[in-house]
Design a protein around this ligand. Structure first.
Ligand code: HEM
Length: 428
């Protein structure tokens, strides 16, 4: 069992590696199509990158939840890893299908579904009503992942395919809610980390933590409204959805701030690496909250929808928040603060490099999106190729800073991969 557990941790980190390498390759293929189209075209690398990113977050969250909850299913881990390997083999042989982010042959959804059911069964079997708040967060995240995964596959039912609008609405809605499901799992991990590092049960039993749980649940049920902004809809629903999604982040900020205020200096130094990952996540919660608030203003949204600003929002949150919190959780699992000082200094350097590179990466995408939105909406007669020529310098800055993100996360992933042997399981 332990061998499979450690393999599962290595597999999650390999997904992170694959995602960053495919992301950089995709951005080069986008900038230089003449050179890349023959061998590595953008349309092939985008799905590889997006699927690897998605699997990094879901597999990483499942791996950390299995570890901290002590509810592990070897069957789930094996089925899940084999299915993902088959998915990337399909991509390699140009076998596509499915829908956005899940662009592999749809039959492979079946083993993923079966695997997740095993995970859910192992998890829920031991559930008790007196469980601390993080167990509630994990449970709701795991159940809602199943529901949104099923919803995402509704296109197999002919009735959903009969209308394009219906199918797109369900797809966007399902993908939006799925983000809420993994956020719930990762929020639970954050609560455990704050509790362990601070040596204080407060974050797991405080009223604020329960409030965050219910708000997270409410979010994953209702905040998908902002994912279907462009389909015919009532305006009040858009307003409510945005209001809901903003509040979840504010509560996360409050919990982390409380923790930082009460954490003594000694404990902070003893857990410096994990602490720095959490602080980086906090910074990116602020930045993305600011961006989301701007994007939600209808006059701005009119210019930004579907531009690179949407990509900035997607990667700003998945790299800045989800990835930072998962790396904090993996770090805690392998007791990374006890490794040699020299290696620790490398990780601390990589966190700073990632923050700086991600800032340029994120701002370049926002500026590219603003310029593209302005030129296409306010100058409807503009020629598309000329618009893209003006946007190009920002995309070059994005690619260059993407290299920085890749190097920074690559350093961390390599160090973690070398240290997975440090993860100790109860049957060790
Ligand atoms: C942990 C690391 C990363 C994660 C979790 C991640 C996540 C994502 C996600 C979720 C998308 C889909 C966005 C959307 O549909 O709006 C995306 C797209 C993309 N990412 Fe990343 N990403 C990561 C790192 C990188 C890096 C280092 C680069 C290098 C430049 C990169 C380049 C791209 C490109 C070119 C796209 C396609 C954008 C488009 O279609 O316009 N990513 N990424």
């Amino acid at each position: 069992m332990i061998q499979i557990d450690r393999l599962f941790a290595r597999f999650s980190l390999s997904m992170l590696m694959l995602s960053i390498v495919a992301g950089v390759t995709a951005s080069f293929a986008y900038l230089f199509p003449a050179t890349f189209n023959g061998i590595l075209p953008f349309h092939q690398f985008r799905p590889i990158h997006a699927s690897a990113a998605l699997f990094w977050i879901i597999t990483g969250a499942a791996c950390c939840v299995s570890y901290f909850s002590k509810r592990r299913s070897a069957t789930f881990m094996v089925i899940w890893m084999v299915s993902i390997v088959l998915i990337f083999i399909s991509y390699f042989f140009n076998r596509y299908g499915g829908r956005e982010y899940w662009e592999f042959p749809p039959l492979l959804n079946l083993p993923l579904l079966i695997g997740w059911l095993f995970f859910m069964a192992a998890f829920i079997r031991k559930f008790s009503e007196e469980a601390p708040v993080y167990t509630w967060m994990w449970t709701s995240g795991i159940i809602f992942f199943l529901l949104t995964f099923l919803e995402q596959n509704l296109y197999h039912v002919p009735w959903f395919r009969a209308s394009f609008l219906r199918e797109v609405t369900v797809q966007w809605k399902a993908n939006g809610s799925m983000v809420g499901a993994w956020n719930q799992m990762i929020n639970g991990l954050s609560v455990v980390l704050l509790m362990v590092i601070g040596n204080n049960k407060g974050p797991a039993i405080s009223k604020k933590a329960y409030f965050l749980f219910f708000l997270g649940l409410f979010n994953l049920m209702f905040n998908w409204g902002h994912h279907i902004y462009n389909v015919p809809n009532n305006n009040w629903m858009r307003g409510v959805a945005y209001g809901v999604s903003m509040t979840e982040w504010i509560i996360l900020i409050l919990i982390i701030r409380d923790f930082r205020r009460t954490l003594d200096h000694g404990r902070k130094l003893r857990h410096l690496v994990v602490y720095r990952f959490i602080s980086a996540a906090e910074l990116w919660v602020f930045a993305n909250l600011f961006l989301a608030l701007l994007m939600s203003i209808p006059a701005i949204n009119r210019h930004t929808h579907g531009t690179h600003i949407t990509v900035a929002h997607a990667m700003g949150t998945t790299i800045g928040i989800n990835t930072m919190l998962l790396l904090a959780a993996f770090g805690q699992m392998m007791d990374i603060d006890q490794i040699a000082d020299r290696t620790k200094r490398w990780i601390l350097f990589a966190i700073r490099l990632n923050n700086a590179s991600l800032a340029v990466f994120w701002l370049s995408l926002i500026l590219a999106g603003l310029l593209k939105g302005y030129l296409t909406v306010d100058h409807a007669d503009a020629v598309f190729s000329e618009v893209m020529l003006k946007v190009r310098p920002f995309l070059e800055a994005f690619t260059a800073s993407g290299l920085g993100v890749m190097i920074a996360l690559g350093i961390i992933a390599c160090i973690y991969l070398k240290n997975t042997g440090r993860i100790s399981y109860e049957d060790d």
